[in-house]
Structures are given as structure tokens and as C-alpha cells.
Design a protein around this ligand. Structure first.
Ligand code: SF4
Length: 315
């Protein structure tokens, strides 16, 4: 794992920051003390560590930001400008040659390559191998990130049309999202499992149909809004609430920071519409105590859309 320390140190010195907050995702927290001590040793700054969630670039610890001159947010790429926030990359280098050979055997002539922030380092290598094998390669700039080929769980616009898709990354969340978005198979090159697999969202789609169908009996809807910057869709939530009320349903907006199943249990809604991070809607959906649906799925419940027309939730 390569942390771009030099960028953090340089920027802290350049700004003359005296109190610096640091924010790290779970996977990097084992190195929190090492990172804090390195900053304190090489600059004049005092470091304060955020203990709050750090799920993505949208998840800025605003409280800590107010207490500090600079907040250094590790491992995510920016999805918007914030004055006192510095995004520092953490990349994982790995050999892709053998896995790429396997992926090449199933990819067609035109290939769209996408990845997450941690794996930007191998994007160029993958592109080169694909081109050497005669493929046309597309690495497209998405809407929310400045980095071509960057996939977020809330933005799949880096995937090019009319192409096969190669996703370099771990887990199935992003690949399933891409498949929902494109209605195609996704070839996953997974450096953690050291394998190439094909992911398709057909099963997930059927599960979504089941969850939405449960909402037809619901009378009370909680419309979830997150206070996190770049996740907040308050005006959408207000529109949905008003539409629901017009249809005679009960609907209220629930505004919170981090969405937890336990928090939702205390409310007396029959179902929830999530306008915050789509990951909460899709991940472990079958474990949700009450159905959680996307804004578009809610339009199906309201009779304004057909289920077959619903795409993946994006911001
Ligand atoms: S909203 Fe969710 S998917 Fe989008 S950047 Fe934030 S954590 Fe990631």
C-alpha cells in the first residue's frame, strides 16, 4: 500500500497548518498512529484523528474540519472542491500480467476499463496490455470524479457504451452496480482474490423486484437524507415526500449523518426510501429490517414508473 505522504507533508508546510485532522477508511486504520506520528515528526502541526466513518470522498468529518486548519482525507479521490480538505491518494500496486492474460481470453474487441481509487496505479498497465493485444480501449472521464476510469458506487458514468467491461477491483458491489447500469456482464480482475470472474446483476435485480413489491403494502415511508456533503439529496427527498402525500401515503423526511440499520429500527415507518449513498440500499439488502428502496423504485410504488424502467441509483 503506497500512501502519498509527501503530498500531505508538503501541503501542511505550505499552508503553515498548526492543527491537522486526519481521516482514514477502515482498511487503513491499522496505520493511523504511524501516519499521525509521521506528520507530527515532519511538520509543526498537531494531529487529531477522526474516529467517525470514512466510507468515501463524500464522507468528510465536518465537525473535525471546524476544529482544524486542514483535514487530510486519505484514500479517496475528490468529488468536489472543499477549501480546507486535502485528498491524499493511497494506492495498491500489484502484478496484473497473469490475471490480464485470463481476462483477455474473455474480452471482446472494444473494452471499457474502470477501477476504484486504490487501483489507479494499474490502469495504465492494463490499458497497455489490452492495446498490445489489438483491443480498442476506452478509459472515460466520469461525472463525479476528475479521474478517467474512476467508478464510484454512486456514479457509473466512467463506463463507455457499446463495449465489454473490465473492472479492476475487489468485492462485487461496484461490479454489480456496473452490471445494473449497463445490463451487461462485467469481467472482474480481483487483485485480492487473485482471480478473474464474470459478474452479472440478474439475481440482484430479482431481489430488488421482491423488495419493491413489499413496499406496495406500506403506508408509512421514511425518506432518508444524509447530512454528508455530496450525499445530500434533500430537494429530491422533499419532492418524493410531497408526491407520496398527494397519493394519500404518509411520508416524512428523516435527516441523519451515518445511516445504520439500528437507527432505522427505532422509527415506525413501514419502508424507507434512501436518497443518501446508494450502497446502503443495495448492500446486504436482505438483512434490512424494513424494505429500503431507491428514489426511482419509489416512483414505481407511486405508480409513476414501470419496474423494468428502473436503473441503478446514481448521484
Ligand atoms: S455516496 Fe457512497 S458511493 Fe458515492 S462516494 Fe459517497 S460513499 Fe462512495
Amino acid at each position: 500500500m503506497k500512501v502519498d505522504f509527501e503530498r500531505a507533508i508538503e501541503e501542511i508546510k505550505r499552508r503553515g497548518s498548526k492543527r491537522v485532522g486526519i481521516q482514514l477508511p477502515d482498511g487503513l486504520r491499522r496505520r493511523t498512529f504511524e501516519i499521525a506520528e509521521e506528520i507530527e515528526r515532519r511538520t509543526d502541526a498537531e494531529v487529531i484523528i477522526s474516529g467517525n466513518t470514512c466510507f468515501g470522498a463524500c464522507d468528510i468529518d465536518l465537525h473535525l474540519l471546524h476544529e482544524t486548519d486542514l483535514l487530510v482525507h486519505f484514500a479517496h479521490s475528490p468529488i468536489g472542491e472543499m477549501n480546507k480538505v486535502l485528498f491524499v491518494s493511497v494506492t495498491q500496486e500489484f502484478e496484473i500480467e497473469d490475471l490480464m492474460k485470463e481476462a483477455l481470453s474473455i474480452l471482446g474487441k472494444r473494452v471499457s476499463v474502470v477501477t476504484t481509487a486504490q487501483h489507479f496505479g494499474v490502469l495504465e498497465k492494463a490499458k497497455k496490455m489490452l492495446e498490445e493485444s489489438g483491443r480498442d480501449v476506452i478509459i472515460k472521464k466520469p461525472r463525479r470524479s476528475p479521474n478517467p476510469g474512476h467508478i464510484l458506487g454512486c456514479d457509473f458514468s466512467a463506463v463507455a457504451e457499446n463495449s465489454d467491461i473490465l473492472f479492476i477491483g475487489t468485492g462485487d458491489f461496484h461490479a454489480l452496480g456496473i452490471s445494473l447500469f449497463t445490463e451487461k456482464d462485467v469481467v472482474v480482475l480481483d487483485p485480492l482474490k487473485n482471480e478473474v470472474r464474470v459478474v452479472n446483476a440478474e439475481k440482484m435485480k430479482r431481489k430488488r423486484y421482491l423488495i419493491v413489491s413489499k413496499c406496495f403494502e406500506a403506508k408509512k415511508f421514511g425518506i432518508i437524507v444524509s447530512s454528508k456533503p455530496y450525499q445530500k439529496r434533500l430537494s429530491l427527498a422533499r419532492t418524493l415526500r410531497d408526491k407520496a402525500k398527494k397519493k394519500g401515503l404518509r411520508a416524512e423526511i428523516i435527516y441523519l449523518d451515518t445511516i445504520l440499520y439500528e437507527t432505522l429500527l427505532n422509527f415506525d415507518a413501514d419502508a424507507y426510501v434512501n436518497t443518501a449513498c446508494p450502497r446502503f440500499t443495495y448492500d446486504d439488502a436482505e438483512l434490512h429490517p424494513k424494505p429500503v428502496i431507491t428514489p426511482e423504485e419509489f416512483l414505481v410504488v407511486l405508480g409513476e414508473k414501470k419496474l423494468e424502467e428502473v436503473g441503478v441509483d446514481q448521484m
